[in-house]
Design a protein around this ligand. Structure first.
Ligand code: ADP
Length: 446
């Protein structure tokens, strides 16, 4: 039987960074394949090469027996991909963008429309088809990204971290869709850090580490513990070790905090709570229910419309709004939930992202110019302490994997030793080794 995907001795370097060191992988048609690996293992690069987004340097890839370079039209038409990061921050509607996507595959509009309708219905997007992408909640955006990967009716579907922002119900629904696609013969590759998802729905799993394939397993023959160890290269604690909290004084208090968005929708509705020193307060909820607005109000990005909140005796309300700079000076640090949009600046060097917001600090700047040497040294220290790879402060921020970008943002905020840390989705898209590390950091700060 011809393999759905056959990869032989794939190698790839970006300047000095070796991303892939000779990868072999065979995926049979109709398989539900899991691809695991810590951040920076080379998963995205591998997928990029398969789909033609990343240039192949050495080795070969064939899709249903056809070479991805020689027969790229054929091979690309067979594959649908839903990448990890959202790419469409545009003003277009769901429907319009899906039609565009079909156009990319050369599918004429007449043929595309019924197909797009079908896909939108499948993912529960049909009612929202006229909504602009940039205003969608995280979960809806993710569904859109999945819909986008389905418009060409692919025989191979590749999903990179599809469930990061989905609710358990949305995840279950997605898995049902995937299961039915597999029954129709579609080959599915799932990249995720969520081991329980790998265990629940894949048949086979491969583990990558540092640009190499380190193991192949039949899912039924392995365990979460074994996979975690294969990924990280050592035993990993799958739960957080901590002593009971000993909460101290109240350091932040909100009273009837209310926020109404531009469309007139009440996003925060009289939210009151207290936060004490030495405790971690979790806010749970389906995305789109005000968590983002809560973070934006408390970090000074938006003013409340009603109610107030207090930090170190500074009362913030509609008439006395604040701003992120003042809030930072009050020793509140913020790790935003959307690191791509608010945590980093993609095209800035890592050393610049590592000081964003604190760049006026005399450690980093003289009267006119930034102190580049000091910033580089500082970033190198952060990269060492947070195990950020590759440890090169000069690379642009977007050349790091999602998990490493997240660690860069965390290092920036945590190392200021804030009194209060606001943190949205601390471990989204982050591998288990890094999750363990982040949890330990947070418990230690507590
Ligand atoms: P994963 O998807 O498993 O997290 P990636 O394929 O994104 O891993 O990255 C593999 C390695 O290649 C990492 O060391 C990463 O920093 C590097 N890398 C990826 N993309 C680029 C790029 N555009 N420029 C420079 N280095 C890159």
């Amino acid at each position: 039987m011809t393999a759905a995907i056959e990869i032989k001795n794939l190698q790839k370097s970006y300047d000095d960074t070796v991303a892939l060191r000779g990868i072999d992988l065979t995926i049979k048609p109709g398989e539900f394949y899991g691809l695991l690996g810590p951040n920076g293992a080379g998963k995205t690069t591998t997928i990029g090469i398969i789909t033609g987004l990343v240039k192949l340097q050495s080795g070969s890839v064939s899709v249903f027996g056809k070479d991805i370079i020689k027969d790229y039209r054929f091979t690309r038409s067979k594959i649908g991909v839903s990448p990890q990061e959202f790419t469409s921050d545009w003003f277009f509607s769901i429907e319009k963008l899906l039609i565009f996507q079909a156009g990319y595959y050369g599918i004429p509009k007449k043929v595309a429309q019924p197909r797009v309708n079908k896909v939108m219905k499948k993912l529960g997007l049909y009612e929202k088809r006229d909504d602009k992408i940039r205003f969608l909640s995280g979960g809806m955006k993710r569904r859109f990204m999945i819909a986008k990967s389905l418009v060409n009716d692919p025989d191979i579907l590749i999903l990179d971290e599809p469930t990061g922002v989905l609710t358990p119900q949305e995840t279950e629904r997605l898995f049902e869709i995937l299961e039915s696609m597999r029954e129709q013969g579609v080959t599915i590759i799932l990249i995720t850090h969520k081991l329980q998802e790998i265990m629940a729905i894949t048949n086979n799993v491969s583990v990558m580490r540092a640009g190499a394939m380190v193991a192949h397993r039949e899912t039924a023959q392995t365990t979460r513990e074994e996979l975690a160890e294969l990924m990280v290269g050592r035993q990993v604690l799958l739960r957080v070790e901590k002593t009971p909290a000993q909460p101290g004084d109240v350091v932040l208090r909100t009273e009837n905090l209310t926020k109404i968005d531009d469309a007139g929708v009440t996003r925060l509705d009289h939210v009151s709570f207290e936060l004490r020193a030495g405790e971690i307060v979790g806010v749970a909820g389906v995305t789109g229910n005000g968590q983002s607005e809560l973070l934006e109000v408390l970090s000074g990005i938006q003013a409340p419309d009603y109610g107030n909140w207090t930090i170190h005796n500074r009362v913030v309300d509609q008439d006395h709004p604040s701003n992120p700079e003042e809030i930072r000076e009050l020793n509140l640090a913020h790790v935003p939930e959307d690191r791509q949009r608010m945590g980093i600046i993609s095209k800035f060097a890592a050393r610049e992202t590592a000081i964003l917001g604190y760049h006026h600090d005399p450690t980093y700047t003289g009267p006119v110019l930034l102190k580049t040497d000091a910033i580089v040294a500082d970033t190198e220290g952060k990269m060492d302490r947070f195990d950020i790879r590759p440890p090169n402060p000069r690379l642009t921020s977007d050349s790091f994997s999602g998990g490493n970008q997240q660690k860069l943002v965390l290092a920036r905020e945590i190392e200021r030793r804030p009194d209060i840390l606001l943190i949205g989705q601390p471990t989204r898209g982050v591998d288990i080794g890094a999750i363990e590390f982040i949890h330990q950091q947070l418990v230690q700060m507590r």
